[in-house]
Design a protein around this ligand. Structure first.
Ligand code: COI
Length: 356
């Protein structure tokens, strides 16, 4: 591992901890954060844990103009024995570097990034909420800081990790969400940045999200960027369908985000001897299954959303209510098992959890 030292400056003014019912998602931050700088020719340097603070940027910093940035999302839980538990964190650091490669950001040393996260978590342990359905959301991110408007990779960057105690991502909590199938805009195209976790993908998706919310939906389901026919993913989640007893999820095709939760859910379902197929699936096929009474469940998976049952799709002028708008049996079992493993309450036969 890199021999970079992490300097620690502790805050002199600790913030009050929120109550579980005030958490929501991503609004409250802990007392400290991790920062590391990159300079061309020097590499990553000046690793430090400092009091949570604003970022100072030159107005010409490339991130502000050309959006050269990547981010990750993972969660820490507190086990019954008071251990800090992480879920497959190495997968997030690997994906961070894959996303960075796509937008010409220099790689971080994954082992060191994990070490930095671990050190930060040890300092912030008391911020990990304990109540049901809460966790400490971890946001590692990198952005271009060079003050230069030429369109070229930045010569300087900052890598940061912030921590936010969170409850459910959706206001619906674990209740089924309503999703609008997006027919006008597309999120990603072949050869684009769809599978990278880069800010621009999310910026491009906001307009559809706003339109969907106006119509009473929580998020949108994206179709492929070429034919607007095949299912890709939901705003902040990968998507799964239970059709006639079997599970189908869109195959990774370069424009779908390779979710850590997605992969874990496929493995978990297969360990229950369920048939899971990763393939392209048109929304027409989903609609046909719905009409024939074969669409038994639909759910999204993601770090923030965990397992989010989908109670309804809005498509063209149709309202497709799934499983009477109730949480399906598999969605519930997946949620309970996954969060049980993540918190160390259920045995982890996969070796996914990392105790700090
Ligand atoms: C996550 O699930 O961690 C994400 O990064 C999605 C984001 C829209 C909250």
């Amino acid at each position: 591992m890199s021999n970079l030292r992490i300097d620690v400056t502790l805050t002199t003014e600790k913030k009050p901890k929120p109550n579980a019912d005030e958490l929501g998602f991503g609004r409250i931050y802990t007392d400290h954060m991790f920062i590391m700088d990159y300079t061309e020719g020097k590499g990553w340097h000046d690793a430090r844990i400092v009091p949570y603070q604003p970022v100072v940027l030159d107005p010409a910093a490339k991130i502000l103009h050309y959006g050269q940035s990547v981010f990750e999302g993972l969660k820490a839980y507190l086990s019954e024995n008071d251990d800090i538990m992480l879920f497959r964190p190495e997968k997030n650091m690997e994906r961070l570097n894959r996303s960075s490669e796509r937008v010409c950001i220099p790689a971080v040393e994954e082992e060191f990034a994990l070490h930095a996260l671990t050190e930060l978590l040890k300092i912030e342990k008391e911020w990990i909420p304990k109540a049901q359905d809460t966790s400490l959301y971890i946001r590692p991110f990198i952005f271009a800081t060079e003050p230069f408007l030429g369109l070229a990779p930045s010569k300087t960057y900052q890598f940061m990790i912030t921590l936010s105690p969170v409850g459910a991502y959706y206001k619906e909590g674990m209740n089924p969400v309503k999703i609008a199938v997006e027919e006008e805009f597309v999120r990603a195209v072949p050869g684009g940045t769809g599978e990278a976790k880069t800010g621009g993908n999310y910026a491009a998706s906001i307009i559809a999200q706003v339109n969907a919310e106006r119509k009473g939906f929580s998020q949108v389901l994206w179709l492929d960027g070429k034919e607007k026919k095949y299912v890709e993913e939901v705003g902040s989640m990968n998507v799964f369908f239970k059709i006639n007893g079997d599970i189908v999820t869109p195959a990774l095709n370069g424009s779908i985000l390779e979710g850590v939760t997605r992969r874990s859910i496929i493995d978990l379902l297969r360990s229950w001897d369920m048939t899971v197929t990763e393939r392209s699936i048109s929304f027409e096929e989903v609609y046909e299954a719905f009409q024939n009474g074969h669409l038994e469940e639909a759910f999204g998976t993601g770090t923030a959303a965990v397992i989010s049952p989908i109670g309804e799709f809005g498509w063209k002028n149709e309202r497709m209510v799934i499983n009477e708008g109730k949480t399906g049996e598999i969605s519930k079992k997946l949620y309970d098992t996954l969060t049980g493993i993540q918190k160390g309450e259920i045995k982890d036969p996969f070796g996914w959890t990392k105790k700090i």
